[in-house]
Design a protein around this ligand. Structure first.
Ligand SMILES: C[S@@+](CC[C@H](N)C(=O)[O-])C[C@H]1O[C@@H](n2cnc3c(N)ncnc32)[C@H](O)[C@@H]1O
Length: 328
């Protein structure tokens, strides 16, 4: 098992306070990251040791294999495609989910069933799981999660303008100028699940510090619609992962995930470490796992820098992101 690399940050290191600092408790928090396979790591993790999961798993399953990563880097077919450039800008590759066959879909169901089954004993009662997905494949993750005993608690909708969909029929643009084959995708669903509570929510909060979601402020609950632009510029240079999630968004999710700001957040598929960095910036303890040596090294470098970033509190869509002003 690859658990050789483990690196952690010191709690409360002196740093300038990021914009997403939530009250006096918010300071850069401790984290641990492991170069490890998530399933192997979870199999040996202590029972009831994780208080929330925030993760963005692989969906093509094959898209992070060495073969598909090579094809992506060489722009040579495979599950990654370069969206057409329409404004002179170079587009980043996106995994192509429409090429999934029934066998791939079954593999995804098995993957999420194994994930949910491995997570269940490691989570404390009342722990929430936020899982990034997309409208084409979300059902393949949700159903096995529910079958494994997790409660579906809704979905968080990230309003984000991606380059998916909206195309005219391939090789027949001129013939069918008025047709779009699929809607242009403007949102990303994040499935929200919870391990059942022990007793009432209030009992669970007292015993395990979980069961609910942290409010934005005493007057404002956490909401399931968040405007967010894709990660760009400085963030992307710090963490050039093809699936990087922006700090402005992930910080809102990790903050909500621990209702009392106590406990450990796990990202079993951390990529370049955006969840761990967000947790660190919000003063929340976290653990990140990554199977790829290349992305693990990227995360090692990127997490401290991403955590120090001051991020704008407005979405790139010109809509405001609700202010996470802190309870304290
Ligand atoms: C969609 S990406 C996550 C990107 C991340 N949200 C970010 O902002 O950088 C999924 C990551 O999971 C990793 N991965 C795939 N299978 C894994 C496994 N079994 N265990 C741990 N990591 C895995 C991939 O290498 C990839 O970096």
């Amino acid at each position: 098992m690859r658990l050789a690399h483990h690196i952690g940050g010191r709690a409360g290191e002196a740093q300038s306070a990021p914009l997403f600092a939530f009250g006096p408790e918010a300071r850069l928090a401790a984290y641990r990251i492991f170069h490890a396979d998530a399933f192997e790591w979870l199999a040996q993790a202590a029972p009831c040791s994780v208080h929330a999961v925030v993760t963005d798993p692989p969906y093509g399953l094959v898209e992070y294999s060495a073969k598909e990563q090579e094809k992506m880097k060489n722009s040579r077919g495979g599950v990654w495609r370069i969206p057409p450039a329409f404004d002179g800008c170079k587009r980043r590759p996106l995994p192509r989910f429409t090429v999934l066959k029934e066998e791939d879909r079954e593999n995804l169901r098995v993957f999420f069933r194994r994930l949910a089954e491995r997570l269940m004993p490691v989570l404390v009662p009342g722990a929430h799981v936020f899982i990034a997905t997309n409208p084409l494949v979300s059902y393949l993750a949700y159903e096995p999660f529910i079958a494994a005993g997790l409660e579906k608690r809704g979905e968080v909708i990230r309003v984000v303008h991606t380059l998916r969909g909206g195309d005219r029929p391939k090789n027949a643009h001129g013939e069918f100028p008025q047709v779009t084959v699929m809607p242009k995708s403007c949102w990303e669903p994040w499935g929200l699940f919870r391990k059942p509570c022990e007793g009432r929510v209030q009992d669970n909060l007292r015993k395990w510090r979980t069961g609910g979601l942290r409010r934005i402020s005493p007057d404002e609950p956490f909401k399931d619609l968040i405007y967010s632009s894709p990660a760009r510029g400085r963030e992307r240079r710090l963490a050039p992962h093809p699936s990087l999630k922006p700090q402005a968004f992930v910080r809102q999710i990790v903050r909500a995930a621990l209702p009392l700001g106590e406990g450990v957040i796990l990202d079993p598929f951390m990529g370049s470490g955006s969840t761990v960095a967000a947790a660190r910036a919000c003063g929340l303890e976290s653990i990140g796992l990554e199977a790829s040596a290349e992305y693990f090294q990227m995360a090692k470098k990127a997490i401290p820098a991403l955590a120090r970033l001051k991020v704008k509190e407005s979405g790139g869509d010109g809509k405001p992101i609700p202010r996470n002003s802190g309870d304290g």
